[in-house]
Design a protein around this ligand. Structure first.
Ligand SMILES: [Zn+2]
Length: 463
């Protein structure tokens, strides 16, 4: 009996070590293929430079849908299809203009409209500025001091936070809710310091909302570059009656039809259990969205292509989902989850790449303790690739709506130190993405997807 137990133990452990060897060989294969014969960088070149900016509802977004569908069809997946979704449409119109009235004349400053903003009046808006450090300052100042002025939100991203996304999260309320809040106190408009850790001349756009504010109460909202913000703040200290001119030509339209683009490798053993990898196909309109989120799109496509190229047959059905309208509505992510629920599709794992195409460090997970422990048991397999960050935390906006008690969600976590130099600005272009860093991200994602496919997600009743 004892010998039998020993034999069983030996056999189990030798199977286990053989599997670890298989895993490390398989993962090595994915990295080799990504770095030696990768497709992601060429795809990013095409998406950034041929398709270009692709804000929801634009011609560019329509071209991106067609491009992605056609490229997915070329890699020999089992299914490729378009999933219809209605999206908001907003256009920037002619370039914005702004200047400060200084003692020695006008000083032009770089601004851009926030996504969803209304335009200024035809001749532009001229008003005094009142600088604040956040939404909470509005109540202290009150209507008396705010009415008729442009509220200038100037709280910077906190530079000593190592996680730059936390620094972003710490001030993005100014951009998102700044206009709706200031309008309640009679502000004529708002300008927001760009969400950027660097001092430069690029204004960074991004989503804002008027909440339930009626149309006639909506005021224009613009971002100003960090250098512009510093200059304006300095001039206000010299003269608090400094006048500011802002002209914006943007416009909101009715919703228009668009699509999520989906490709699938159907599972050989558990075809009805779905694993998703994705990024968002839409981008802001100022740059070509190479980091946000062209990188995530091509890396997600590359996950399925690398599995094919390595002759790996997944057990679960693995889908690449290129979500539409993450930036200004999340309609694609919501629609994908709604359709999955309606069809009763069992989604067990989803991975998103939407943090830039920089050197991958690891992943953050939205998972229960048992599944997270399983992930941690894989960490040594990633060591040769300098992937070490495995933490509980957020995953990705587009896959968020899939959340339920059964699913494990994950987000690729690249080094984020330079991300906000480019995020939502006109310098988010193809040349800002490094080929090797992009490819390493794709191989890292493929490896994680492979491990979840091989070992499965621990079901709720076994946790
Ligand atoms: Zn994004």
């Amino acid at each position: 009996m004892k010998r039998l137990v020993l034999l069983v133990l030996l056999t189990t452990s030798s199977i286990a070590s053989a599997q670890v060897k298989n895993d490390s060989t398989q993962i090595r294969d994915f990295y080799d293929l990504a770095l030696l014969e990768g497709q992601s960088y060429q795809w990013l070149d095409d998406l950034s430079n041929d398709v270009g900016p692709r804000l929801s509802g634009s011609k560019g977004a329509e071209n991106a849908v067609n491009w992605a569908k056609s490229e997915l069809e070329k890699i020999g997946l089992d299914k490729v299809w378009l999933q219809p979704v209605m999206v908001p449409k907003w256009e920037r119109g002619a370039a914005e203009r702004a200047y400060i009235e200084g003692p020695d004349g006008r000083i032009e400053v770089p601004v851009c409209a926030l996504g969803g903003s209304v335009a200024t009046v035809q001749d532009g808006l001229t008003a005094e500025i009142i600088e604040v450090q956040g939404l909470a300052d509005l109540e202290k100042l009150g209507t008396d001091k705010i009415k008729g002025k442009i509220v200038f939100y100037n709280r910077p991203m906190q530079a000593n936070l190592i996680q730059t996304f936390s620094a972003y999260g710490g001030c993005v309320d100014q951009r998102y809710s700044g206009a709706s809040e200031a309008a309640k106190y009679g502000a004529a408009g708002v300008i927001v310091r760009s969400m950027n850790l660097r001092m430069d001349d690029y204004p960074h756009t991004g989503a804002m909302s008027y909440g339930d504010l009626p149309n006639e109460k909506r005021v224009p909202a613009a971002a100003i570059s960090t250098n512009g913000a510093a200059l304006l703040s300095k001039m206000l200290k010299q003269n608090d009656k400094t006048q500011f001119y802002l002209k914006m030509n943007c416009k909101n339209y009715e919703d228009v039809p668009s699509f999520n683009v989906i490709g699938e490798l159907t599972g050989s053993e558990r075809p009805k259990d779905f694993m998703v990898v994705g990024g968002h196909l839409d981008s802001w309109d100022l740059g070509d969205g190479s980091h946000d989120d062209g990188a995530g799109v091509v890396q997600s496509m590359e996950v399925l292509r690398l599995m094919k190229a390595a002759n790996y047959t997944p057990k679960h059905s693995i889908r690449v989902v290129l979500f539409m309208n993450e930036e200004n509505g999340l309609r694609g992510g919501n629609e994908y989850a709604a359709v999955a629920k309606k069809k009763g599709e069992n989604h067990v794992f989803a991975l998103e790449s939407d943090s830039g195409g920089f050197t991958p460090r690891g992943f953050s997970f939205d998972a229960d303790p048992a599944n997270f422990a399983q992930v941690e048991s894989w960490s040594s397999l990633f060591k040769p690739y300098l992937i070490h960050y495995f933490e509980l935390g957020g995953s990705g906006a587009d896959i968020g709506p899939l959340k339920n008690e059964a699913i494990v969600l994950a987000g690729l976590r690249p080094d984020s130190q330079r991300y906000f130099d480019y995020h939502h600005a006109s310098n988010d272009t193809f040349d800002a993405v490094n080929k090797r860093e992009l490819e390493l991200g794709a191989a890292t994602m493929t490896s994680l997807m492979y491990l979840f496919d091989t070992y499965g997600v621990i079901p709720v009743n076994e946790r």
